[in-house]
Design a binder for this molecule. Sequence first.
Ligand SMILES: NC(=O)C1=CN([C@@H]2O[C@H](COP(=O)(O)OP(=O)(O)OC[C@H]3O[C@@H](n4cnc5c(N)ncnc54)[C@H](OP(=O)(O)O)[C@@H]3O)[C@@H](O)[C@H]2O)[C@H](O)CC1
Ligand SMILES: [K+]
Length: 526
Amino acid sequence: MSVRILSADQMRWADMTTTEAGISGFELMDRAGRAVADAVLDYMPDFGRVVIVIGPGNNGGDGFAAARYLRSRRIPVTLVMLVPLDTLGGDTLMHAELAREAGAKLRDASSDRCFAELNRWLLRAVMVVDAMFGTGLTRPLSGRLAKAVAQINQADRPVLSIDIASGLNADSGEVMGDAVKADFTLPVAAYKWGYWMGVGPEFSGRLLPASAIGVEDETLCRAWAAVPDPSVSKGSTVLRSACFIHSDMIGQAWPKRHRLSHKGNFGRVWIFGGSAGFTGAPRLASLGALAAGAGLVSVVCPDDVYPVVASGSLETMVHSQSSGAWMREGDGLIDQADAIVAGPGWGCAQTTLLARLLDVDRPLLLDADALNMIAADAALQSRVSERDSLTVLTPHPGEAARLLSCTVDDIQSDRKKAVLKLCKRYACWVVLKGNETLIASPQGDVMLNPSGSPQLAVAGSGDVLAGMLGRQLAVCYRNDTDVGMMLGAGVGLHGEAGEQNGWYLAGELAGMVAGLRQGIERKHGD
Ligand SMILES: NC(=O)C1=CN([C@@H]2O[C@H](COP(=O)(O)OP(=O)(O)OC[C@H]3O[C@@H](n4cnc5c(N)ncnc54)[C@H](OP(=O)(O)O)[C@@H]3O)[C@@H](O)[C@H]2O)[C@H](O)CC1
Ligand SMILES: [K+]
C-alpha cells in the first residue's frame, strides 16, 4: 500500500512519467475504474442502482471504467454526464463507449432541460459515485456543476468520491465554490494533501487505501524532486518527501522484548519541568516516557516544587534543581541520560538552565515553556540552530506562532508550510501538534499523522506526548534507530491511544498508550 502524499502537479508528473514508461492513460484509467468498482461493491449498503456523476476530465474517465466493472458484476448503473459526450478526451470516450456496451445507461445532463432530471436519477441510487473532478480542478465550481454538487449533497445517498471529493482543492483542502460531502474517498495511485489540509477532513469521509494502478513507488518518490511542492518559499525547507504514519511504522518501533532484557536496555529519559502551579506536567511527561517503554525516567524540577513533584512520582527518580549532583561536570547523573525532555510546566524563568541543556551532547526535545523561552530570546534561538546533537521542537500552533513571530491563523492556514519554515529557522526536527500532527526533518521529510481524536485536546495530553517522544529519542541514541520512524511511531501511537474509549484524563491516556505498546511488543512474538 502506498503511503506517499503528493501535490496535484506532482501526481500529474508521476502519471505522465508512467505513461511514457509504457502504461497507457487508457490502462491507468481502467485500473482506477476497477478499484472504484471494488470499493463500491465493498461499501454499497444494498444491492441496487449505482449512479455515477461524470465531469469533464479524466476523473470522469475513471467513472466510466468503474461502470463497466460494476456491470460485469450485474450491478445496474446510470452514468450522468454533466458535459456533452463529444467534449470528452479520447481515453474517457473509449471507456464511455465500453460502459455503454456493457449495459450502463448513459444520461446527458449537460443541458438545462435534462439537468432537471438529475435529482430523480440520484434518488434511485443505493450509492452515488462522484467522478466530477479530481486533481484537475482549477477554479471555483459554478453554474450547473455547482448545482450538481448541491444536489448530490441533498440526495442523502452514500457517496464515494473518486480520488478527491469534487470541489475540494487537492493541495490546500479549500472548498472551491462548493464541494461534495463524500462518505468515502478512494485515492488514485497516491494520497493528496487536500484530504487533511484546510476543511478537507470534513468533506473526504472515510479515506480508503490508495488504489495501486501501476504508478511505481519509485516514480512517486521522484515526483517530489521533479515538481516543487506548493509550500516551497524562501523561508522554508524544501519538501523532500511526504508520507503518512501507518501501522507498519508503529509496529517497527516496538519489537518483541528479549526474555532476559532489563530496565537498562530500554533507554533513560531525563525530564526538566515543573513550577509552582504546574507540578503535574513533568509527572505526566514521565508517565508518557514510561508508557512508551522507557526503562528509567528521571525528573529535575525547581526546588520550591520538589516536594510536590517527588511525592507524586512513584515510578521516577526526582531531583531538585539546586541539588546539582545531577549535572556535575564529567560525572553527573545526567551523563547516563539517553535523551532529555525540557519544558513541561517549567515556567519561563529557566533560561540559564535551558542554555546549559542545549550544550549537553544528547538528543534534546524542547516542549512548552522551553519553546516560549526560545521564542523570546535571540541568543537561545542561535544556540538551538547551531546545536550539533539531535534537537526536536514540539510546538502546538500557539507556540509555533511565537517561534515564527506570526499569528496562529498563519500557522493553521498552511500547516505544511509552517512546519517547513520552523525546520529552516531552527535547523532541527519539528513536530507541529494539532489535528493531523505534522513531523518534519531538517532535510524536508514530512510525515502526517492521520490518527487522533478531539478527546486529545485535553490538559496534559501534550506532556504525555513529550515524554513518549523523549523515550523514542532515547532509543535512537542507544540503538542508532531511524529518527523519523521513531518520532512517527510515537506520534502515531499517541493518536491511536486518543481514539480509544475508556480514558478521559491525560494520566489515563498514558495507561492506554502503555497497553497498546505492550500489545504491539507481544504481537511480534506470535
Ligand atoms: N493519478 C493518476 O495517475 C491517474 C489519475 N486519473 C484520474 O484523473 C484525474 C485527473 O484528471 P484531469 O483530467 O487532470 O482532471 P479532472 O478530472 O479533475 O478534470 C479536469 C477538467 O476539468 C476542467 N475544470 C477544472 N476546473 C473546472 C471548473 N471549476 N469548472 C469547469 N471545468 C473545470 C479542466 O478544464 P480547464 O478549463 O481547467 O482546462 C479539465 O478539463 C485524477 O484525479 C484521477 O481521478 C486517471 O484516470 C488515471 C491515472
Ligand atoms: K471526484
